[in-house]
Design a protein around this ligand. Structure first.
Ligand SMILES: Cc1cc2nc3c(=O)[nH]c(=O)nc-3n(C[C@H](O)[C@H](O)[C@H](O)COP(=O)(O)O)c2cc1C
Length: 219
């Protein structure tokens, strides 16, 4: 640890160092998922690290929020897809309250996208194909125990994983019942761009009937 206080050390850190992409909020598509796919495409093509990693916040009993990182699995004209265990904390919370928030942060580009909407399970066949496309090790671990349950110790983990590995070798098509591909249908999406001249630009789309309303927000 240095003599500097955390306050000084943190204030000294640079936030947006490199070149920032342009953002013209008056020249955007009607559908925010079209703009999202443009931004995601640029993030991937520009080499942003883990551009498909997103935070997802769910709501538990008594309104308590909880957040964790997941991977975006797919994108269509109406929804964002992710996959997880329905028996996990987030899975149980979504079953009781489907309202969720997603957050993408593409730091190399000074971009943030906030999404809110309701999440629901997709067709079973999609959950199964998603699971079978995971790496062998991820499948073994996900099949070994219930995600988010308390694990007594790493010894118990190793024993359960060894058993699961044998079971999956015998039945390579095994998919745990709880593995679920969820679709989140946005009701609002905000695009945030750091800029050199205006500091930041915020554009929010809000679902209105069959279409979308757009408005700028004060930073
Ligand atoms: C980069 C990254 C990607 C992750 N992707 C997933 C994922 O796609 N599905 C998943 O269930 N957990 C994923 N995790 C683990 C979750 O963050 C979390 O630990 C797990 O889903 C249990 O969450 P819960 O107890 O809140 O339900 C990922 C973690 C990281 C850091």
């Amino acid at each position: 640890m240095t003599d500097e206080s955390w306050r000084d050390r943190l204030r000294g850190l640079r936030v947006f160092g490199g070149e920032l992409p342009a953002f013209a909020p008056d020249a955007v598509p009607e559908n925010p998922l079209a703009l999202f796919s443009e931004w995601l495409d640029l993030a991937i093509e520009s080499g942003v690290s883990q551009p498909h990693a997103m935070a997802i916040a769910t709501v538990g009993g008594e309104g308590a929020p909880s957040a964790r990182t997941l991977l975006l699995k797919d994108l269509d004209a109406d929804a964002l897809w992710f996959a997880t265990m329905s028996t996990s904390q987030k899975g149980r919370e979504l079953a009781a309250n489907p309202r969720a928030a997603l957050l993408f942060y593409w730091r190399e580009q000074g971009r943030q996208v906030r999404v809110t909407g309701d999440a629901e399970a997709g067709p079973r066949a999609l959950s199964e194909s998603d699971f079978l496309q995971r790496s062998p090790n991820a499948r073994v671990v996900a099949s070994a125990g219930n995600q988010s349950d308390v694990l007594p110790g790493l010894g118990e983990f190793d024993t359960a994983v060894a058993k699961s590995r044998r079971a999956i070798e015998t039945d390579p098509e095994f998919v745990p019942e709880g593995w679920t591909a969820f679709r989140l249908r946005p009701v609002a999406i905000e695009f945030w761009q750091a800029t050199r001249d205006r500091d930041q630009i915020r554009l929010r789309y809000t679902r209105q009937g069959e279409g979308w309303a757009r408005e700028l927000l004060w930073p």
